[in-house]
Design a protein around this ligand. Sequence first.
Ligand SMILES: [Zn+2]
Length: 232
Amino acid sequence: MNPLVCADIGIKHPKHWKHGESNNGKETTEYRTWSSIKERCRSNLPHQARWYKSRGIKVCERWLGEDGYVNFLSDMGRRPKDKHSIDRIDSAKGYSPENCRWATWTEQQNNRSNTPRITVDGVTKSLMDWCRQNGLPITTVHNRIRGGWEPARAVTEPSHKRRQLKGGEKFGSWMVEAEAPLHNGNAAMYWCVCECGKRKRVDAYGLVSGHRKRCRSCGMKGAWECRRAKAR
Ligand SMILES: [Zn+2]
């Protein structure tokens, strides 16, 4: 006997389903998932209908009707981990055992019809995959594309974090001397000399973005002079 089917079979009341997973507001995640996919495919609300009803996305017969939830649960099983939600493998097809899986958010983003696919030198990948491969933050790439960059350049060009600086380049009071080991194995660092003669390791991003203009004591001096000027 299916352990999910409780002894109350035969009592038909919306508050008393025979699988016992929706009683007294104590719905399981799987039950909520099942209800929400039905709801979203039925919905006439424009923002939902646009993606489901108008595109002919439906829930299969097997998952509807009286045994709908029990069938859904036995086809899909329990959600493997908290991070998973239900995903359609082919986003042009509906909800059915063949086309559904429990997937993480990242897995789903890679699969979405609105995720741009970008081709670089004949290789096509999703934007997410390119970002991961090239170690670029996704926001950086989004901003670049919004700013009018060619997508292929946006996913390949290193960000400031990894920009190569040359010895002798000047950023504010700092002058770059030589490359230093990466900070936390990630951010590029450079040995720099301040105009006052202080030598320090500075992150490339800070230099390029203008956040690191001078050494700390010069910065303090600047602030002190600024305060004195205000007092006058
Ligand atoms: Zn200084």
